[in-house]
Design a protein around this ligand. Structure first.
Ligand code: NDP
Length: 464
């Protein structure tokens, strides 16, 4: 795999300040596929200086021109889709069709949406005798995870650029090659030097240096709740803006009148996709007592199609594999009924986890409360609709969810009572403009669409 041995700073690839490197491993066969530099505080400082120097010029660039640059970036991402998909497959292990459709495809959609929004967004509004100016916040420090390596980057960088901000990115250490491809795309699209900068490295060094840097005005983080809390505290101490996209334990609520087979099949696919490494995955399926066993049988049949190494890839690394298998052991220990899968690794090589379904899961169990981030579905039983709501809302998280009812009206009435940021009604389609983000401990702020753009703006009012 192609890998740069420097950092992308100020519009060029520069040597890293320190000698250390990170080995990138293909989780499907555990082979090292490349090395990238492990950035230090010195690299972060150089990148933040470049972003600060570029900020006044980019902020003053007319939105229509910024839109043109983002459209050019979208075009490069679209033209290099195959290369992007192959790179994601190599460093994340996802099956190629998933990498093509989702990992390479969705970022093109999202970048395209911001090319349009940059051109059409109202950066000025009238309020009585005031004119309110919506101005870019400044330099953004973006810290991204490995689960959707390119999407997570584009979901932060595209709105930041549309708003007129400049960016320093610290991507996940497991998936830096996709981030380097993105930097190449930025260069190819002709974005001005310093508008986007990349520092590869590990979270505790480069990530921490970026989150705490005094030249960064806003930190946008996606990842674990533990690290998010820490970043929030660092940002709070320095009074800087922060956006946090954290974990989830989303409920897939199947109401008594719903099409059970469809709801179960879509629900299983939702959890198994990307090996369960999706913060918004519907990892708790809620079914009424009467149709419970039917749903369990349908789920067991549906999950059998996910053959490890074919339709479902490995998880990202050995640590995540051990963590997910630990959760499966915990589920068995706490008395849940194993319907499919189990803690044993299904293949000798690669960080695979057996696609697993648990029945007889009760709301107090660990597997019903904590984010597992692997291919593990918990099926819970509810007595009536109020009980379903109590269970659905009964975790510290509130990122996403689904409701299936006899009709949209019934499902929407239930969704209105859910403490969560996004709900798909009767299989509603992904919308790249819909705000995405969490209630409760799932985070602070929203990504995607106009709501995602507004995160990168601050307001100034002029009175006449
Ligand atoms: P982390 O939260 O550790 O990683 C996310 C990003 O934060 C990475 O770029 C990471 O760098 C960086 N980071 C780590 N520590 C620091 C720090 N002290 N300061 C600044 N940045 C830091 O997630 P993990 O990869 O460890 O995954 C663990 C769990 O987190 C998963 O099982 C899942 O539950 C959750 N998660 C949630 C995601 C989501 O989409 N909401 C995505 C990924 C994970 P580095 O790569 O070097 O560690």
């Amino acid at each position: 795999m192609k890998a740069h041995d420097g950092m992308y700073i100020g519009g060029e690839w520069r040597p890293a300040a320190g000698p250390d490197a990170i080995a990138v491993v293909n989780p499907a066969d555990e082979q090292v596929i490349g090395h990238v530099p492990a950035g230090t505080a010195e690299d972060v400082d150089a990148a933040v200086r470049a972003a600060r120097a570029a900020f006044p010029g980019w902020a003053a660039t007319p939105p229509a021109e910024r839109a043109g640059r983002i459209a050019a970036l979208r075009d490069v991402l679209a033209a290099r889709k195959d290369e992007i998909a192959e790179t994601v497959t190599a460093e994340l292990g996802s099956p190629l069709p998933l990498s093509q459709a989702v990992h390479a495809g969705v970022p093109v959609l999202v970048a395209g949406s911001y090319a349009e929004l940059a051109a059409s967004y109202a950066f000025e509004e009238k309020l009585g005798n005031s004119t309110v100016l919506l101005e870019p916040v400044g330099v953004v420090g973006a810290i991204t995870p490995w689960n959707y390596p390119l999407h997570q980057i584009v979901a932060k960088v595209a709105p930041a650029l549309a708003a007129g901000c400049t960016v320093v990115l610290k991507p996940a250490e497991d998936t830096p090659l996709t981030a380097q491809l993105f930097a190449e795309a930025v260069q190819e699209a002709g974005l001005p030097a310093g508008v986007f900068n990349l520092v590869t490295g590990i979270g505790a060094v480069a990530g921490q240096a970026l989150a705490g840097h005094e030249g960064v005005d806003l930190v946008s983080f996606t990842g674990s709740t533990a690290v998010g809390r820490r970043i929030g505290a660092t940002a709070g101490a320095a009074v800087k803006r922060v956006a946090l996209e954290l974990g989830g334990k989303s409920a897939n609520v199947i109401l008594p009148g719903a099409d059970l087979a469809k709801a179960v099949n879509v629900g299983v696919a939702n959890v198994m996709s990307n090996s369960g490494q999706t913060c918004s995955a519907w990892t708790r399926m809620l079914v009424d007592a009467e149709r419970y066993e039917e749903a369990v049988a349908l789920a067991a049949t549906a999950v059998a199609k996910y053959v490890p190494g074919e339709r479902i890839g490995p998880v990202v690394n050995a640590k995540q594999q051990a963590r997910v298998r630990g959760y499966i052991e915990k589920g068995v220990e706490e008395g849940a009924r194993l319907v499919a899968g189990g803690p044993e690794a299904p293949r000798d090589q690669g960080y695979y986890v057996s696609p697993t379904v648990f029945a007889d899961v009760t709301p107090d169990m660990t597997i019903a409360q904590e984010e597992i981030f692997g291919p593990v579905l918990s099926i819970l039983r509810y007595e009536d609709v109020d009980d379903a709501l109590r269970i659905a809302n009964g975790t510290v998280y509130g990122l996403a969810g689904a409701v299936w009812g006899a009709d949209d009206e019934e499902a929407v009435a239930f969704a209105r009572r859910m403490d969560t940021g996004q709900v798909d009604i009767n299989g509603g389609r992904f919308n790249p403009l819909a705000p995405f983000g969490g209630y409760k401990q799932s985070g602070v702020g929203r990504e995607l669409g106009p709501h995602g753009l507004s995160e990168y703006l601050q307001t100034k009012s002029l009175q006449f």
